[in-house]
Design a protein around this ligand. Structure first.
Ligand SMILES: C[S@@+](CC[C@H](N)C(=O)[O-])C[C@H]1O[C@@H](n2cnc3c(N)ncnc32)[C@H](O)[C@@H]1O
Length: 251
C-alpha cells in the first residue's frame, strides 16, 4: 500500500471531502433560482457584470439590504461550477478589486425567456422538500427494493402525489415545458421522421408542448393525442384548428 503521506493520498482525502459536501452545489443553485439572480443580471440581454450588492438591490424589495457577503459566497461557489463568470474590477478610489458576476452559457439557461420559461423550474422541481426527504433513504433501496424512497417518506408514488397538489403539479408541468420547448426547437430543425404521419400520440406528453410544436411544424399531422394523467392534461392548453385529444390513464 502507498505511504499515507503521498500526494495522491492527500488529494484523495480532499476529493472525499468535496464529494461529501457536494450538496452545497445544487443547494446554491436553488438559492440563486429562488433569489431570481439570473434575471437580475440578464436584464433584457445586457448581462453586465454586477457585484453581489448590486444584484441584491435588483432582487430584494426596496429598503431590504440583505447580506451581499453571503450572496457572494454562493456566487463564487457557482462560478467554480461554470454558472457565473467572475470579473475582478479595480475600484476607482483604492488599490482593492471588487468581484462582479455575469452569466455564462450555463447561467443563461436560468433566464426567463419570452414564453416565461427557463430551466429554473427544473431546478426547483428537483429540490422540493418531498424529493429532498427521500434522498437519505437511497441505501434502503439496496436492502429492500420493494418500496421506493419517495413512497416511504410521502406515502404514495410521485405522480399521484403531485396530482393531488396543484402547486407541485404546476411546477412539474412548468419544469417539463422549460426543458422540452428549447430542446424541441433544435430537434425539429433537423428531424424529418414525421413525414407520412397523420395521427401522433405523445405518451406522457405533459402540457402538450412537444405535440403542439410538432403539429405546427408539420401541418400534415392532422390529429394529436396527448396521453397523460388527468391532472396534467387538465392544465394543457387547447390547440386551435387541430384535432387534439387529451387522454389519460386511471391507475
Ligand atoms: C418526465 S415527464 C415528460 C414530459 C414530456 N414528455 C416532456 O418531454 O416534456 C413524464 C410525464 O409522464 C406522465 N405520466 C406519469 N405517469 C403516467 C401514467 N401512468 N400515464 C400517463 N402519463 C403518465 C407525467 O404526468 C409526465 O407528464
Amino acid at each position: 500500500m502507498e505511504k499515507e503521506s503521498t500526494e495522491n493520498r492527500k488529494q484523495a482525502r480532499i476529493a472525499i471531502m468535496e464529494l461529501a459536501n457536494m450538496i452545497s452545489v445544487p443547494m446554491s443553485l436553488t438559492a440563486v433560482v429562488r433569489l431570481n439572480v439570473a434575471d437580475a443580471i440578464w436584464q433584457g440581454g445586457s448581462n453586465s457584470p454586477l457585484t453581489a450588492s448590486q444584484i441584491l438591490t435588483r432582487v430584494l424589495p426596496s429598503g431590504h439590504q440583505g447580506d451581499p457577503e453571503n450572496l457572494q459566497r454562493i456566487l463564487r461557489m457557482l462560478t467554480s461550477y461554470g454558472v457565473f463568470a467572475e470579473h475582478l474590477i479595480k475600484t476607482p478610489d483604492s488599490d482593492a478589486s471588487e468581484r462582479q458576476y455575469s452569466l455564462t452559457e450555463v447561467g443563461k439557461a436560468l433566464v426567463t425567456d419570452s414564453e416565461g420559461l427557463s430551466y429554473a423550474s427544473f431546478v426547483l422541481q428537483h429540490h422540493q422538500d418531498e424529493l429532498m426527504r427521500a434522498w437519505p433513504l437511497v441505501h434502503e433501496t439496496v436492502v429492500d427494493p420493494t418500496l421506493e424512497p419517495f413512497v416511504k417518506v410521502n406515502g404514495e408514488p410521485p405522480y399521484s402525489y403531485y396530482g393531488k397538489r396543484p402547486e407541485m403539479n404546476g411546477l412539474m408541468v412548468k419544469a417539463m415545458s422549460g426543458v422540452s420547448v428549447p430542446f424541441m426547437k433544435d430537434f425539429l430543425d433537423v428531424y424529418d421522421g414525421f413525414d407520412g404521419v397523420t395521427t401522433l400520440v405523445d405518451v406522457g406528453g405533459s402540457a402538450g408542448d412537444c405535440l403542439r410544436m410538432i403539429l405546427k411544424k408539420h401541418p400534415h399531422v392532422k390529429e394529436g393525442i396527448n396521453f397523460d394523467l388527468p391532472e396534467v392534461v387538465a392544465k394543457a392548453p387547447i390547440i386551435p384548428g387541430k384535432n387534439l385529444l387529451f387522454l389519460h390513464l386511471f391507475y
